[in-house]
Design a binder for this molecule. Structure first.
Ligand SMILES: [Zn+2]
Length: 335
């Protein structure tokens, strides 16, 4: 019997499973070039394709130590059910973060109105699916959509996830349209509260970070994707100084490895602060599991087993196992 150690499973708070198929295919373009390739892929997916591909991706996540996932889904209502089935078959806990998309993107992303969106959401809830609201971004959702979704999420105490401040262009467009930065607009439209998770917040300014802290909202950082897409550096230290909860996501799934996400998060903070131990080990592990679960409204999710005889951990003293795990291992240490 191999020697193992049990830990709470890692929680992947932000995934677009279909984007795993793009790994290796889009190198060389900027974010917007990558987005064009993503839209082309999204256009081509069928319900059966979602069902099959997502199950494979969720099995990879489980093998890598993620036992729960928030799937930020914008491919359509029937495809949402296929994603739920895929997760159930793979055996991973899933929260379906149903994206609201009022404008832009491609046909299959969009609903005609907030009412149509809420019908889709309620249909999933009635079917027993654990859901959260996900106004895709301030780019894709006009102000009245944000107001209606913010109201609904608050009234129902449901998680609300939204992409914001990932790319400077999105902030410029928001300023031009609303004379507000994205997080300011979220605050004004009732989308910022304790159940809110802002995905990325890479270019959030001081005022936006203060608003996140005042609202008790969380930020989901997706370090490997943000690095791959050239998004910028997440303001890790500034978030921590304000006591803002952080969770992590595999996002585009170019990598599926919670240890790499946490290591990169701390690595970014160290490079920017010019010191070590910025976040701290126990806080990092908390970001990797408890904060992700709280962001998804999950109370229970499975543990993971660490193979202590794996070459990456063999010979490591007992008291050093946790730091060695985060700073010296990849996801293949999970048994
Ligand atoms: Zn995303």
């Amino acid at each position: 019997m191999a020697e193992t150690l049990s830990l709470p499973g890692f929680v992947n708070a932000h995934s677009h499973a279909f984007q795993r198929a793009l790994r290796g295919r889009t190198e060389g373009d900027d974010f917007w070039g990558w987005r064009d390739a993503m839209l082309e892929l999204a256009e081509s997916l069928t319900v059966d394709g979602v069902r099959v591909r997502y199950e494979q991706v969720y099995r990879e996540m489980l093998a890598a130590g993620y036992t729960a996932v928030g799937e930020f889904h914008y491919l359509g209502a029937a495809e949402a059910h296929a994603a739920v089935e895929a997760a159930s078959e793979a055996g991973i806990e899933l929260v379906l973060l149903l994206a609201a998309y009022g404008r832009g993107g491609i046909d299959r992303f969009r609903q005609a109105s907030p009412a149509e969106y809420l019908d889709q959401l309620e249909e999933l809830r009635t079917a027993g699916v654990r859901v959260g609201l996900a106004p895709h971004s301030v780019r894709a959702c006009p102000r009245d959509w944000l107001e209606e979704l913010g109201r609904y999420a608050a009234a129902e105490s449901l998680p609300l996830h939204v992409h914001a401040c990932e790319q400077p262009r999105e902030i410029d467009e928001c300023l031009a349209e609303h004379d507000l930065r994205p997080v300011e607009l979220l605050a004004e439209t009732g989308c910022l509260g304790p159940h809110t998770t802002v995905v990325h917040a890479t270019h959030a300014d001081e005022r936006e970070l203060d608003l996140l802290a005042e609202a008790n909202a969380r930020v989901c950082i997706c370090p490997t994707t943000e690095a791959n897409l050239g998004d910028g550096f997440a303001p890790v230290q500034e978030l921590c100084e304000r006591g803002i909860g952080i969770c992590v996501g595999s996002d585009s799934n170019v990598r599926i490895d919670p240890l790499e996400e946490l290591r990169e998060l701390e690595g970014m903070a160290r490079r920017q602060a010019l010191k070590r131990n910025v976040v701290g080990l126990s806080t990092l592990l908390c970001f990797g599991s408890d904060e992700g679960a709280a962001a998804l409204g999950l109370e229970r999710w499975a543990d993971v087993e660490i193979d202590l005889e794996h070459p990456s951990l063999a010979g490591v003293a007992e008291e050093d196992v946790h730091p060695a795990l985060v700073f010296g291992c990849s996801a293949d240490v999970f048994g």
